[in-house]
Design a protein around this ligand. Structure first.
Ligand code: ZN
Length: 263
């Protein structure tokens, strides 16, 4: 399908994907917050964390409800973390970005699922500094299967990506005496299956650089104690986004450099 031939369809599809992305992000946010607490995803109904009051339907509409409630619970006045609305907007933006950026539906599906995984695990990591095994193991199997079934990647490339991601982080985990969690390594099984070995490596380097720059900035600003650990999944997600944006370009450029015969 060529987008350029159907401008109305493109506008409709873009709005649809953005809105679905926002609602999806809102749901993934709830999953990411409830999972580490051992709560069910569907029960109890969404409620204020501070006073326990169940939320009315109009308080559950992403972004809109944040505006209506002016960022605080109407009953107890406790502020709703800005992180929730940032997640919703981000999810919508990533859904739209993927629609435009990826050339085939197979790749779009695979990336939408990967962003969903990264949004949930960013939330669990921010909430409780964990990447739950109940998410990372089934995801790894799912993404390997997707690569094969949707032909987004050869099976050997997917498995090599998984191995590179897992082994590098597991290595850092051992060298850093556990400062880098094994949960991140298990998460990289899924990322590796989507990205393949070279882009996996690129995304890890990008994530480390982002983590270093932002970590030092937060420490400098006094927002972080000297030895305080920071959740790494948001940085991994940032690294994956950078990979999607410029990974292929940088990798091709690098290999081009290597292939230039030495004088
Ligand atoms: Zn409340």
């Amino acid at each position: 399908m060529s987008f350029a031939e159907y401008p109305q369809l493109v506008i409709f599809l873009s709005i649809y994907v953005f809105v679905v992305g926002i609602f999806g992000g809102s749901f993934l946010s709830v999953v990411g917050i409830r999972l580490p607490r051992g709560m069910s995803i569907v029960h109890p109904r969404s409620h204020c964390d501070a006073c326990g009051r169940p939320l009315a339907f109009y308080e559950l509409i992403p972004i809109f409800s944040y505006g209506v409630m002016r960022g605080a619970c109407r009953t107890c006045g406790v502020r709703i973390p800005a992180r929730y609305i940032i997640f919703e907007v981000l999810a919508g933006a990533l859904a739209l970005y993927t629609l435009w950026h990826e050339p085939t539906w197979s790749l779009r599906i695979s990336w939408w699922l990967l962003w969903s995984l990264l949004l949930v695990t960013s939330q669990t990591d921010l909430e409780a500094m964990i990447v739950p095994n109940v998410i990372s193991y089934p995801s790894a199997a799912l993404f390997l299967m997707i690569s094969v079934v949707l032909h987004t990647r050869t099976i050997s490339s997917a498995i090599m990506g998984m191995a590179v991601g897992f082994l590098l982080i597991a290595g850092i985990h051992i060298l850093s005496k556990g400062k880098m969690g094994l949960g991140d390594a298990k998460l990289y099984l899924s990322i590796g299956a989507v990205l393949g070995p070279y882009e996996t490596l690129f995304s890890l380097i990008a994530a480390s650089m982002l983590g270093t720059v932002i970590g030092y900035t937060l420490r400098y600003l006094g927002r972080l104690k000297p030895r305080q650990a920071i959740p790494f999944v948001p940085f991994i997600s940032g690294g994956v986004l950078l990979t999607s944006l410029i990974g292929k370009l940088v990798i091709n450029w690098y290999f081009h450099l290597l292939h230039v015969p030495l004088q």
